[in-house]
Write a protein that binds this ligand. Structure first.
Ligand code: PEP
Length: 251
């Protein structure tokens, strides 16, 4: 059984004071949730604050990025070790906004997945096709390339330590959600690809594959009813405590 995981990606929203107000309101709303893992991914400046405020709760904290070296002359970057010390347990890697605006490639994403794992963080590896790629019938080819590229050199024994997020780019921040059937089709493909990649169907079955792209309180239940959708990566609807709590409590 894969425990559902719902992660909120705050992108470049919320100061530390705003993050504090969110967590104070959100904690009592999800106090009774026992069967879902909850992850919050604030900006770097709020990570320590959110980690302190959520310590001892079911809420884990993710960075939105991680550098692939442990330390060095990399101005503006943050390593897995630094994140761990701040109380972070997960790292979003290869989000489409980072691929689009910060020139991340499957090769750099792969280095980051490896750095996260080596540093004791759970990588949440994001992948997904653009609208042009979907319309050109390239979805399967694109996600296969991103999956194989992002996981190159990662053994099946690490399957339980990582999370995949399928995020069709055309559904992110657009209000246009993939239908549950469209998402399930790609999730099932990704799981089959993982089985082939590792020659190990049991390892593939243990990986949580999240869906991301305009998830909201109204569509989360139907998405989560699909057999290979194990959670959500939520952007806009994670910014308000009540809407994110509703998503977390999709059952
Ligand atoms: C995201 O940021 O990963 C995302 C899916 O955003 P939204 O939920 O706003 O589409």
């Amino acid at each position: 059984m894969r425990t559902p995981l719902i992660a909120g990606n705050w992108k470049m929203y919320k100061t530390a004071a705003e993050a504090t107000a969110f967590v104070r309101a959100f904690l009592p709303m999800v106090a009774g949730v026992a069967d879902v893992e909850i992850v919050l991914a604030p900006a770097f400046t709020s990570l320590g604050t959110v980690a302190m405020l959520t310590a001892g709760s079911r809420i884990a904290v993710a960075a939105q990025n991680v550098h692939f070296e442990t330390e060095g002359a990399f101005t503006g970057e943050v390593s897995a070790r630094m994140l761990r010390e701040a109380g972070v347990t997960h790292a979003i890697v290869g989000h489409s906004e980072r691929r689009q605006y910060f020139a991340e490639t499957d090769a750099s994403v792969n280095l980051k997945v490896k750095a996260a794992l080596a540093g004791g963080l759970t990588p949440i590896l994001c992948l997904g096709e653009t609208l042009a790629e979907r319309e050109a019938d390239q979805t399967f080819t694109v996600v296969e390339r991103q999956l194989r590229g992002g996981l190159a050199g990662i053994p099946a024994t690490d399957a339980g330590l990582l999370v995949i997020a399928y995020e069709p780019v055309w559904a992110i921040g657009t209000g246009r959600t993939a239908t549950p059937e469209q998402a399930q089709e790609v999730h099932a493909l990704l799981r089959a690809l993982l089985g082939a990649f590792w020659h190990d169907d049991a390892a593939a079955a243990s990986v949580r594959i999240l869906y991301g792209g305009s998830v909201n309180p109204g569509n989360v239940k139907s998405l989560m009813s699909q057999p290979d959708i194990d959670g959500g990566l939520v952007g806009g609807a994670s910014l308000k405590p009540d809407s994110f709590a509703e998503i977390v409590k999709f059952r």
